[in-house]
Design a protein around this ligand. Sequence first.
Ligand SMILES: Cc1cc2nc3c(=O)[nH]c(=O)nc-3n(C[C@H](O)[C@H](O)[C@H](O)COP(=O)(O)OP(=O)(O)OC[C@H]3O[C@@H](n4cnc5c(N)ncnc54)[C@H](O)[C@@H]3O)c2cc1C
Length: 462
Amino acid sequence: MAAPHASVWWATLEQPPSPRAPLNADLDVDVAIVGAGFTGLWTALFLARHDPSLRVAVLEASVAGAGASGRNGGWASALYPVSFSRIEASHGRDAVLRLRAALQDGVTELDEVARSEGIDFDYERGGSVALARSEVQAARLHAELDDQRAHGASDDDLVWLDESAARARCAASDVRGALFTPHCAAVHPAKLVTGLADAVVRRGVSIYEHTSVTVIEPGDGWRRPRAVTERGSLRAEVVVRATEGYTPAFPDAKRSVVPLYSLVVATEPLPSSFFDRVGLAHRETFSDARHLIIYGQRTADDRLVFGGRGAPYHFGSRVDPAFDTEPDVFSKLEATLVELFGEIPADIAFRWGGPLGATRDFSPYVRLDRARGLAVAGGYVGDGVVLSHVAGRTLADLIVGATSERTSLPFVGNAPRDWEPEPLRWLGINAGLLAADLADRREAATGRPSGFARVLDRLHGD
Ligand SMILES: Cc1cc2nc3c(=O)[nH]c(=O)nc-3n(C[C@H](O)[C@H](O)[C@H](O)COP(=O)(O)OP(=O)(O)OC[C@H]3O[C@@H](n4cnc5c(N)ncnc54)[C@H](O)[C@@H]3O)c2cc1C
């Protein structure tokens, strides 16, 4: 079977994932799920755990794990794409505290649940360091620490490391200090998503691969909703759309999320002398406080996996495998790795990318419309590894009618407004990317915060 993407993760799976047949008939089930990424598969798993008699089927356009879930940066973090100040303003302080607890617990639960299903995905909870590599970055991270403290973070959740403590974790260049949180694990995402697919099948869920859903028809008083494909359809009590960055292909959801591309490189395994020099002894994930996000991890087999934003948004929210490759962005990522760690004693062996999903105000959503039999979850931006687990579990609670500590979290029922029509969307998003890049360059050149950064805040509502 051809790999669905060029990630290091797919290439280092211990065994090729089991191929699964397409849908070739009209079938009747209780819950039909569109998309076999983390969201769809966690939803399926928790539905099967809630009620083993439920008939659950997953329809996947490619193979399970072909989307962002099988090819991301492997940070299982408690990060959330909306600031807690904004959530406090809209939902109150209690909602912030409950969300914080749910995300932090999610980092642990993800591992516990996966392990209980027999999935080994190289989980190592070494925490995460956000490096301050200039005075401006240090000021920004101190402000972040103050904001988090004002929203319930304790010393156990987030601490400032001075220069030597920061360098002991991650000895990158120009480090002046760092924010450290223990609430993050480095994981092998393709082992997790393919393991989840096997786990749900063992629990009686059907997965149909190479089965693209063309339309999701809502139910009405008479007919139940239906997921339609070219060779058959699934009629169900509830149809779940779990297609994240691919969602704009559905005619009724064209402007609900945009696909933003994140690109990644990975080295060959590095010698132990490299890690003696740079640290990452506990496989801490790492970034710095620049505007154009970067993220890295040391893998279980001692590679560096290193990614970042900066790839353009494509007109009309198009998604195409050709967009996974941007030579300029790869070169920049490779240069940034050298800037951080000096000479890297191993070749770059993998370069890939993929689409993540962002709503207009960057807020995630989990919704169930019982009357029409439609459910959706997504909009996690770059924080979906743990969020999709919490969202999938929440969706399963809502579908079976269970009330839990999750079903009143701020993302439940959230319906962000649509993105602007083209060409405004294209202009706005690419202007935002340019502003982030310019802000980083200005800050590096002047040592002072850049006004371009405010354009970014305005773009996503903070
Ligand atoms: C390069 C990259 C790096 C990232 N790094 C991180 C990270 O380090 N930490 C983090 O927390 N998050 C990260 N993310 C985000 C995270 O990976 C995603 O938020 C998460 O995987 C989303 O899961 P999902 O199941 O909702 O979507 P996906 O995994 O994208 O799954 C959607 C599935 O739906 C299928 N599909 C689409 N259309 C149809 C259709 N019409 N019919 C049937 N099936 C369809 C697709 O083929 C796909 O398999 C990253 C994302 C990318 C792209």
